[in-house]
Design a protein around this ligand. Sequence first.
Ligand code: UDX
Ligand code: ADP
Length: 450
Amino acid sequence: MNKDIVCIGAGYIGGPTMAVIALKNPRRKVWVVDINAERIAAWNSDNLPVYEPGLAEIVKKVRGKNLFFSTDIEGCIRKCDIIFVGVNTPTKTFGRGAGRASDLQYWESSARTISAAANRDKIVVEKSTLPVRTAEAMEKVLKTHPEHKFTVLSNPEFLAEGTAIRDLLEPDRVLIGGPRTKEGDRAVKELAAIYGTWVPKEKIVTTNLWSAELTKLAANAMLAQRVSSVNALSALCEATGADITEVARVVGLDSRIGPKFLKAGPGFGGSCFKKDVLNLVYLCETYGLKEAADYWNQVVAMNEWQQERIVTRLLSETFHTVANKRVAVFGYAFKADTGDIRETPSRHVVGMLVEEHAKVVVTDPKALPNAERDLAAMPAGSVELEPCPYAAAKGADAIILMTDWKEYTELDWKKIRRLMRSPALVYDTRNCLDLAKLAKLGFKVLAVGR
Ligand code: UDX
Ligand code: ADP
């Protein structure tokens, strides 16, 4: 068995993960391949397709030494004995399970490519989030191969965007699921050795395949549920005069609960949470567990309601109309430190504002190119994109802060007050601004859960 690695899929997971594996395994060659030639070209340029703090530095160090980006998928599969699959598995938009189940077409097509290209036995490692028991399906596709054997492992990635490099360098755990057979054990050891070059042994956890696959869904569902829980409480705070930032801080001091993931906001976005919770819903339905399905469904429903609440409250503070008013949306990325806009709460809010005939201007330090593609279908002239937050604020009646970019806390708010039209409403949906200070500067302030 040679030591070289290929990852199919050069996305938010494949790119950063392979960069760190290459950095920590200098004696292995690591190839990242993709059907999207433009994406591969970007990975080979100074303008990486994924923004992640610390990523560019690592890529610069190892690219061309032992990290390579290529479109030669079959050639790389032949060269390497360990194949990671990190292709996208979005929620199905058509047919059975539409809106809940995962669309596995990209993933199945990579299984077929592996099978067609393979020249000897290989280990296949699934990295994409997949509904449980798909490793079995992967094995079925690969088993049709007349000569070669494939061992399929599940190695879910827990990195969060914006902190990907830190999460990869210092993971809470690395999870490897494998079949409980002799080949399975051997393959698990091979994969553990790759991570073992930098991750302490006790943090590398092995389970059976199905547990590993379900763990990824379970972890994301539990995190999403925490966000929906705190957002449900934020609604009650707004109605009663309690302050969610105070409530959450004190609740988090309970060591059984802990302080993380208790920030009320515009709701969760990103490529994983909604998709994974819906996957769980679909699994529960499939196994006839209606109450469990309803329970998890409500986590997603709660999330969407949060964005509706934000717009409803804005309207109630603006004489129930924003028609022809300039509303500046600060932040289109689904959270700070990423240019990713998948499932961003901003999209829903911008959509509702456009329906109300507001003149929307969107600004974001990293996500504007993605936002431009995303908002292309909006009615002509309804949304303006503006890289400079001051220019976005100029003449605005209201600012809705949607993404917790540090840049926004460091703005010259005095200057912004001068640029805006009275009553100069600032709606802090992330609770990251100093509201008392803003009120002193003459802004009318609103925040989620307060
Ligand atoms: C998540 C998981 O954290 C990660 O382990 C998994 O591999 C992929 O999904 P990610 O989507 O990148 O990662 O971001 P995360 O930091 O988890 O945030 C998800 C969403 O929840 C964001 O929109 C964020 O703003 C929101 N959030 C998070 C809150 O609203 N409040 C919080 O307290 C925490
Ligand atoms: P993730 O967030 O899971 O990394 P992305 O959408 O960022 O998801 O990345 C997935 C990548 O997988 C995309 O760049 C896409 O072009 C690539 N991809 C999808 N199907 C295939 C395939 N059959 N072969 C190679 N690459 C693929």
